[in-house]
Write a protein of this length. Structure first.
Length: 130
């Protein structure tokens, strides 16, 4: 499969966004930023997803970002480590429960149809909080 042509600007934006997410994840690990209350439920959804890839003992949503920088998140996953992504209260899964691209875009995602938001609306499928 050939890589799609892309601009250097898009590449830099993607890498800058990833660096910001990585820094926020480090802050979250140090307790400086909040983590999502039901992150374990989100992570369990990721563990059952066909997009999940395990590299060097770490679970990712698709191939790790630096292995495939330009991607379609609904097809290739987003490349984020799943545990870090699940702990971020601003993140969403890139696909619906039917494995289609999510309809909502942007940071606020009112009415989001991603796997995580769908599971939140159906609490009977979430594991019990510890």
């Amino acid at each position: 499969m050939s890589m799609p042509a892309t601009s250097p600007t898009r590449l830099l934006i993607t890498l800058a966004r990833a660096a910001g997410k990585a820094a926020t994840s480090k802050f979250r690990g140090a307790g400086w930023t909040p983590e999502y209350d039901l992150w374990a439920a989100r992570a369990s959804i990721c563990e059952r997803c066909p997009l999940q890839v395990v590299k060097c003992g770490k679970s990712y949503c698709g191939q790790p970002l630096l292995r495939r920088v330009i991607r379609d998140p609904a097809v290739d996953g987003c490349g984020c480590p799943t545990i870090a992504k699940a702990k971020d209260p601003t993140e969403h899964c890139p696909i619906t429960p039917r494995h289609e691209p999510t309809a909502m875009q942007g940071p606020h995602r009112i009415g989001c149809d991603c796997k995580w938001c769908d599971a939140t609306r159906q609490p009977q499928i979430l594991p019990a909080a510890a």
